[in-house]
Ligand binder design. Structure first.
Ligand code: ADP
Length: 641
């Protein structure tokens, strides 16, 4: 397979590959976006951690301020449980964050404590941190608070919802957590950030020491997952099979289309080959007569290229100028759908100037939807046929002319023969009367002169008749070897159309090896034509099944030609009667045909005969010798020779 073909056959893969590239791109983008989001999230985490640390520190500072205010209020007062419990600052502190407020003296003995130890057990489990403030003159106020509570109340709610907050010490031990049960294990997978929160956190109420290396840790509750999100995977997983199915369908469709294309191309090639090899010229035209298509035969017929013809509107370049008007009118009728179904003849002009006789058949040109869009013309070149017909016509005319001349000769000859005797008789009688008158002693110059002139005139008339006969019947006979079968075929060719028209079937039964005879082919042809015509005439009496059979065979030293028919027959008439000059039973018959035939046949030293056939028809036959003495005149003078 050629690379080009391979490429076009694999085209269906392109959308699949593009889809894979697209999916890869989307995944990469989702991943890059995730990383970016993670980074953003990390930055937010850091800034949130820092701000939380500031807020917590502020909260502690705030509490210290409250405590100092309380200490200032208690300055100089006798320490008592009741006074402490009644102090609104104490109560407000307990409501906020404080677990307990303890009043110590200079020796760190508890003077008063709110609430009592038992009530404050709530956060006893976890670590508690302290705030202290001096109370004049020598007491100390210690506020105990739970760092977990600080984490819960000291940060805005949205931060608490977003992050798990934890206080951890240097040993990574959780000091306090905003959640009830902190899961250190899980935290490792989540993004977290630690900020040192050492300063304000005091573990012991009695020392100034703060928690060393304590830190605030923010852990994101719902971190953006690493890598590509599951939803993206689900979409990809759904998309890829879908695109695979689509590609498969596309491939199937493409194969289908390819097959259809190949079939279409093959069909077009076949059609073109058929159209180009057709002997019939084709042309398609729209309703305006514009040429839409012509095949090669059409181009050859008019001598113009396809490009010169397609798109042309009438008048066409192949119309002969002298027939312009006629062709314009015929073209108008054709386009109006009035062209005769059996076709019409036209004359076109080849670009070389040669005239082309054509037969045009118009039929509707229909498109794929079944509606007519113009006319399809099939054109046959009938130039040769026309020429042949013309030749035939001329030949028939010549034959008829010859036949007429021969007949005239025959008539003249017969007249001469018939008139000769009366004229001779007139001359003889004239001479006899002159002799008798002379013997009787009559010497009347007038009568004798008249009789003499009578004889002269009769002789003159005889000479005139002889001269006319001589003039009309003189024809140089041609002695040539001719094949009688060919002569018969040529004669029948001339009669074919006439017989067809008259419903007479012509049958030939020629013996293949008939030797050539020395004869005048034109005259013999005339004999055959005459006999077949007579038979066809006789057959008109018959309703149907009219048949004339012409056969040839060798019979002894003769070639015998039979012309038989299945007509009414001769009714017992003999050849002598039929051949008598001017004998005819036809209304328009001259009665010379058979006479001429006989004289021609006999001039060839042959014999003409006629008889009834066993089936009731007529049989005319003539025989010509295979070898003949060369010296006999073939003029019709021999008719009665
Ligand atoms: P024409 O044809 O002018 O009558 P022909 O000499 O050719 O003169 O024929 C003479 C007559 O012979 C015809 O009028 C016809 O009566 C008769 N004849 C010739 N051929 C046939 C035939 N095949 N069958 C019957 N009669 C025929």
């Amino acid at each position: 397979m050629k690379p080009r073909e391979l490429l076009s056959r694999s085209l269906w893969l392109a959308p699949l590959l593009l889809s894979l590239v697209f999916v890869g791109g989307v995944l990469a983008w989702v991943r890059a976006n995730g990383i970016e989001e993670q980074e953003l999230q990390r930055q937010t985490l850091i800034s949130d951690a820092l701000s939380t640390e500031v807020q917590l520190r502020g909260r502690i500072d705030e509490e210290i301020t409250h405590l100092r205010k309380l200490a200032a209020g208690l300055a100089g007062e006798a320490p008592s449980q009741a006074a402490l419990a009644a102090d609104p600052e104490v109560n407000a502190g307990l409501r906020r964050l404080w677990l307990s407020v303890t009043w110590l003296d200079a020796q760190n003995r508890v003077l008063a404590e709110v609430p009592s130890q038992a009530a404050a057990n709530r956060y006893e489990d976890g670590l508690s941190l302290h705030l202290t403030a001096r109370v004049a003159p020598d007491g100390v106020l210690v506020v105990r608070y739970a760092p977990a509570l600080l984490l819960k109340r000291g940060v805005p709610w949205w931060l608490a919802r977003k992050y798990d907050l934890q206080l951890v010490d240097s040993a990574d031990q959780v000091i306090a957590s905003s959640t009830e049960s902190p899961l250190r294990v899980a935290q490792g997978a989540r993004p977290s950030y630690r900020v040192a929160l050492t300063g304000p956190l005091r573990a012991s109420p009695l020392t100034e020491a703060t928690l060393a290396d304590a830190a605030l840790e923010l852990t994101l509750r719902d971190p953006i997952p690493d890598g590509v999100r599951p939803l993206a995977w689900v979409l990809v997983a759904g998309f890829l099979p879908a695109i695979a199915v689509a590609s498969w369908l596309l491939r199937r469709q493409m194969r289908h289309v390819q097959r259809a294309e190949v079939a279409g191309r093959t069909e077009a090639a076949w059609r073109r080959a058929m159209e180009d090899s057709a002997l019939v010229a084709l042309r398609a035209r729209d309703f305006d007569g514009r040429l839409l298509y012509v095949n090669r035969t059409f181009c050859d017929m008019v001598g113009l290229a396809q490009e010169q013809l397609v798109g042309l509107l009438p008048p066409m370049p192949y119309w002969p100028p002298d027939a312009f008007e006629e062709l314009t009118e015929r073209n108008r009728r054709s386009l109006a759908g009035q062209a005769p179904r059996e076709g019409f003849e036209a004359r076109w002009r080849h670009s070389s100037g040669r005239m082309v006789d054509v037969m045009v058949f118009e039929s509707p040109l229909v498109d794929a939807g079944g509606s007519q869009i113009g006319w399809m013309g099939s054109i046959i070149d009938i130039t040769e046929r026309k020429q042949l017909e013309e030749r035939e016509r001329r030949q028939v005319e010549t034959l008829a002319h010859n036949a007429r001349l021969t007949m005239l000769g025959e008539v003249a000859s017969t007249l001469a023969h018939e008139l000769n005797q009366p004229l001779t008789a007139i001359a003889s009688y004239g001479a006899g009367v002159t002799n008798s008158l002379t013997k009787l002693g009559v010497h009347d110059e007038l009568v004798l002169g008249a009789l003499q002139r009578l004889g002269q005139q009769a002789a003159h008339a005889g000479r005139i008749v002889a001269r006319i006969r001589e003039f009309l019947t003189r024809r140089e006979p041609r002695h040539e070897r001719c094949d009688l079968n060919e002569v018969i075929s040529a004669a029948l060719d001339l009669l074919k159309r006439d017989c067809q028209r008259r419903g007479v079937a012509l049958e030939l039964s020629l013996t293949a090896a008939v030797p050539a005879v020395l004869a005048d082919a034109v005259l013999i042809e005339q004999v055959v034509i005459n006999l077949v015509r007579n038979a066809a005439d006789a057959l008109q009496a018959r309703e149907a099944g009219r048949r004339v059979t012409v056969s040839s065979r060798v019979a002894g030293d003769f070639v015998r030609i039979d012309v038989s028919d299945n007509g009414p027959g001769l009714g017992g008439r003999r050849i002598e009667q039929l051949c008598a000059p001017f004998y005819s039973t036809k209304a328009d018959g001259m009665g010379m045909g058979l006479a001429i035939c006989r004289s021609i046949v006999e001039a060839h030293q042959g014999v003409l005969d006629a008889s009834d056939t066993s089936t009731g028809g007529a049989l005319f036959s003539f025989s010509l010798p295979l070898t003949r003495e060369p010296s006999r005149d073939l003029t019709p003078e021999t008719v009665h020779g």
